[in-house]
Design a protein around this ligand. Structure first.
Ligand code: ATP
Ligand code: MG
Length: 273
């Protein structure tokens, strides 16, 4: 088989000139907090998302992503197709997914979830069954994440890539997920405060699947509300009870596993098919 200019690339000197050589770059993400620079590139009619890192912190996060994808594959999680060695760094190649992340902070711009035209506000106006289907996909992916022995770190609406045309949710940027449980050795984990569990802010605490349960509970709470301030709940009282248990301050009071949370959520929810 003839080699693929992108997927079979050997070590590369500099990512951006290389991508211009092998295809046409139609998008660039240069202002991300992670320090990575990513590109959308079309090679022979197929689109790819290529994420590059050259700083040590950013390279470490991409190495983590390689480990995550080696452990878990799921139709909702955008799969890692290839890694490319860069001079002084690493680049990861994923298929391009048509969609918009529900929240896209950059180094120069944060906030805006409540703005009427924002992806999050549009998501919140979708019919409830579409939102429930999206939540279902997030839960289902995390049952697989849990089975792979990983815990979610830095899961927030910036990882939720929603295809509004086909009404389908995907997950990207799971770069901080780690094998767990583990003991937090720093003052806090990376992440968005509105999703994070209390133990993620306490050095020495155990981060485990109950932490993932909490974060997922927050995702359920935030996405099934018509407002950004959690004042217009669109679900049922029994769904809210499940969320309350998932997001209990004390991990021992939460569901013991993502699977148990997903089961409880199904038990109280409408049949979607
Ligand atoms: N497979 C993909 N297909 C299309 N677009 C994608 C894909 N993966 C990510 N994106 C887009 O690229 C943006 C940046 O990707 P990603 O979140 O992985 O970068 P990051 O450097 O980790 O950013 P951050 O510092 O915000 O975490 C995302 O917000 C999303 O809009
Ligand atoms: Mg990131």
């Amino acid at each position: 088989m003839p080699s693929h200019p992108l997927l079979d690339a050997g070590p590369v000197d500099a990512l951006e000139p290389f991508l211009h050589e092998v295809g046409s770059v139609f998008s660039a993400f240069r202002e991300q907090d992670s320090g990575c620079v990513s590109y959308g590139v079309d090679v022979g009619g197929k689109r790819w998302f290529v994420k590059g890192a050259v700083t040590s912190e950013a390279v470490a996060s991409l190495r983590r992503a390689v480990q995550v994808h080696a452990l878990v594959g799921h139709p909702v999680i955008v799969p890692l197709e290839r890694s490319i060695a860069l001079r002084g760094g690493l680049a990861l190649v994923y298929p391009w997914v048509e969609g918009e992340v529900l929240y896209h902070p950059t180094t120069s711009r944060k906030g805006g979830r409540a703005a009427p035209g924002s992806p999050m506000a549009r998501f919140r106006r979708l019919p409830v069954p579409d939102v429930l289907r999206a939540l279902e996909r997030i839960l289902d992916a995390h049952v697989t994440v849990e089975r792979a022995g990983l815990v979610a770190v830095d899961l927030y609406d910036g990882c939720m890539l929603y295809d509004f045309g086909n009404r389908r949710m995907f997950l990207c940027d799971l770069d901080e997920y780690r094998p767990g449980p583990f003991v937090l050795g720093t003052d806090r984990l990376p992440g968005s405060r509105r999703y994070m569990a209390p133990e993620e802010f306490a050095k020495g605490s155990t981060i485990d699947t109950r932490t993932t349960v909490y974060v997922l509970g927050r995702a359920l709470r935030l996405l099934l509300d018509a407002s950004d301030e959690e004042r217009e709940w669109r679900g049922s009282a029994s769904q809210l009870t499940v969320i309350e248990q998932a997001t209990a301050d004390h991990p021992a009071h939460r569901f013991a596993s993502v699977e148990a949370l997903a089961q409880a959520w199904h038990d109280v929810g409408p049949r979607l098919r």
